[in-house]
Design a protein around this ligand. Structure first.
Ligand code: DMJ
Length: 641
């Protein structure tokens, strides 16, 4: 039968088998006719041939395997480098460009050879005790790679190991991303020197009255304990390094090495410990190159991992670092949304610094889970349940407490990971800022101050703005610098003005914790503060935003705004033993000092003041560093392909 140019022959069933059988029979007949000695000789020859073939084959396989090994070690990875941002503007105050739907920065691709991950090059670890004092577990046989669950179990069971081997052994193999010891020149002008003096005054009070405890109570001259992790010391390390305070940095470093312990059976908050302690240790490691900090960070990372053993992969809020157990908060079944989404920069950095992937994996899973949840124009409710993995129904939507840094970390994670086009992080961020513009942003009736309100029960607008929300102008201008639309920059500029107003409108020139805004002209004032909200906790958010504006535009107006506020802190918050929170910013004669110096005063507020007043607006280059939510700079990683 002809079939498309071929001839197909159809044989009757059984015909082929008969021909085969005939062949086999004649072969057997011929073999039987040979003399026995000839048959033996042939059998011997065939056996010898088979043995030789087998030997050659296994040799080839061995050779192939070793070539494969060489190949893996010389792995070449393609990186994408972002092109410079097209939106250059000398100072946003003067000349805000028209709103355009600018796309993401374009990217070019280049290839960079990475050192082999298991390079045996020894790193100078300078006689660090923590690295030598850990128990040496038996090295695991390199068999099947461990599953994510197994890696998690392994890290939790052996918190003093990395990937199943001791810190000492593991860290010997790590090649740091940055050159050992970043250089900073110290204060170069009077304003910076004044900030350094404020830092030294705070450090001296803390040293004298609260050394080794979490916070200083500068009025009663006593200590305040929260997690028992020496928060102020760890939070201050990178600030001291950046300010060039070598002696103080050494005091802090030695305390971390000798006295910072994570094995106490005590509940701590996953988010707070991640941003303050893990972030502080990682930043100190990157700036100084001292691997003692990385070993401490790794132990802490391992001890925080139980938080991720929840049914939904949304972490529990509380972890017992000694017990290695985790649970929801005692007062509620829910975690705060901002808390579970503000640990990713740190966990990712820990993975990339140690070459152990589990930390980044568990934290990234939270990104994916939250991405999949339904939102209100990209905006998220402020509570999420770690058991069910769902948002609480009718929860408030806010860019203040419990919501704020969800939005911040969408952008910053995208920057940290090399700014990939079409990444869900940046898509979620853009959608969220649209949601802010359409659902939460309002202007006051008379003076047209722009502010960001809240949605109570997820729907009812309330004209209330936490001071915490004043981080947003800084994040928005950082996003605009990285290619976000001009509408983001306009909102950033307008909101920065409002935040400044919440300071200078008060007689102390300090902002209250919460401000309210007029909805109609019937309200007496456009911006007002209720008596219970009139406290100031030395928070950093507005100074942080001023820093981003100065660093990205070079406009010195922002320095002058910051100087006014720094002087207000000097006048009203400075006491003999440090700087204190206060109960009332509305009356210079009755500020009602509150007696707490939170660690973020030294990790964030003073650091951002110092960098804001720098003559070199790129003293920390925002192309290469990304600040975590507690003001700790972490490196930006090149894009992985
Ligand atoms: C800091 O711990 C961090 O900035 C956090 O993200 C919000 N609260 C304080 C500062 O106000």
């Amino acid at each position: 039968m002809k079939d498309g140019g071929h001839i197909t022959l159809t044989l009757p069933p059984g015909a082929a088998a008969t021909a085969d059988e005939r062949g086999r029979k004649s072969l057997r007949r011929a073999w039987n006719q040979l003399p026995r000695c000839q048959r033996n000789l042939i059998i011997l020859g065939i056996t010898g041939f088979c043995v030789t073939v087998l030997l050659c084959l296994s040799g080839d396989q061995l050779l192939a395997a070793s070539l494969k090994d060489v190949d893996t070690k010389a792995e070449v990875v393609a990186y994408q480098m972002p092109l410079p941002n097209p939106h250059h503007h000398p100072g946003v105050d003067k000349d805000v460009p028209k709103d355009t739907a600018a796309g993401l920065p374009q990217a070019v691709t280049m290839s960079v050879a990475l050192p082999p991950p298991d390079s045996n090059k020894e790193q100078d670890i300078g006689g660090i005790d923590i690295l030598n004092n850990v128990e040496e577990p038996v090295a695991q046989e390199q068999a099947e790679p461990l599953s994510e669950g197994e890696q998690l179990e392994q890290a939790i069971k052996n918190p003093l190991t990395l990937g199943g081997v001791s810190f000492k052994e593991h860290l010997k193999k790590i090649k740091p991303l940055l050159a050992k010891g970043q250089h900073f020149h110290g204060a170069t002008n009077e304003r910076q020197s004044a900030v350094v003096a404020a830092f030294k005054h705070s450090w001296a009070g803390y040293k004298k009255y609260a050394w080794g405890h979490d916070n200083l109570k500068p009025i009663s001259q006593y200590s305040h304990e929260w997690f028992g992790l020496g928060l102020t010391i760890v939070d201050s390390l990178d600030t001291m390094y950046i300010m060039g305070l070598d002696d103080e940095f050494k005091e802090g470093r030695d305390w971390v090495e000798q006295s910072l312990r994570f094995d106490t059976k005590r509940d701590v908050n996953l988010f707070e410990v991640t941003i303050r302690v893990l972030g502080g240790l990682l930043s100190a490691y990157h700036l100084s190159g001292d691997t003692m900090f990385l070993a401490k960070a790794a132990e802490l990372g391992n001890r925080l991992l139980p938080a991720f053993q929840s049914p939904s992969n949304i972490p529990y809020s509380d972890v017992n670092l000694g017990d290695l157990s985790a649970h929801s908060p005692k007062w509620s079944p829910d975690s705060s949304t901002s808390e579970v989404t503000t640990i990713q920069l740190e966990f990712r950095d820990l993975s990339r610094s140690t070459n152990i992937s589990i930390y980044e994996q568990v934290a990234h899973k939270v990104n994916e889970k939250v991405h999949d949840l339904e939102k209100n124009h990209g905006l998220v409710p402020i509570f999420i349940n770690a058991n069910t993995g769902t948002f609480r129904n009718y929860a408030t939507i806010s860019l203040g407490a419990r919501g704020d840094s969800y939005y911040e970390y969408l952008l910053k994670q995208w920057i940290q990971t090399g700014r990939r086009d079409n990444d869900n992080l940046i898509l979620d961020y853009m959608q969220a800022v649209d949601g802010v513009l359409t659902q939460l942003m309002r202007r006051t009736p008379r003076e047209h101050w722009v502010y960001i309100g809240e949605l109570i029960n997820g729907k009812d607008f309330k004209p209330k703005m936490d001071h915490l929300t004043c981080y947003l102008p800084g994040t928005l201008i950082l996003g605009h610098q990285n290619g976000m639309p001009d509408s983001h920059l306009i909102l950033a500029r307008d909101l920065l003005d409002t935040c400044y107003q919440t300071y200078v409108m008060n007689p102390t020139h300090l902002a209250a914790e919460i401000s309210y805004f007029a909805l109609t002209e019937k309200d007496d004032q456009d911006i007002y503060v209720k008596p219970n909200d009139a406290h100031n906790l030395l928070r950093p958010e507005f100074v942080e935003s001023l820093y981003y504006f100065y660093s990205l535009t070079g406009n010195r107006t922002y320095q002058d705004m910051g100087w006014k506020i720094f002087q207000a802190f000097e006048t009203h918050a400075k006491v003999n033993a440090g700087y204190t929170s206060m109960g009332n910013v509305k009356n210079t004669q009755s500020t009602r000092l509150r007696d707490l110096m939170e660690s973020f005063w030294m990790s964030e507020t003073l650091k951002y003041f110092y960098l804001l007043f720098s003559d070199d607006r790129k003293e920390i280059d925002l192309e290469q560093w990304v600040f975590n939510s507690e003001g700790h700079p972490l490196p930006v990683y090149p894009l992985k392909t």
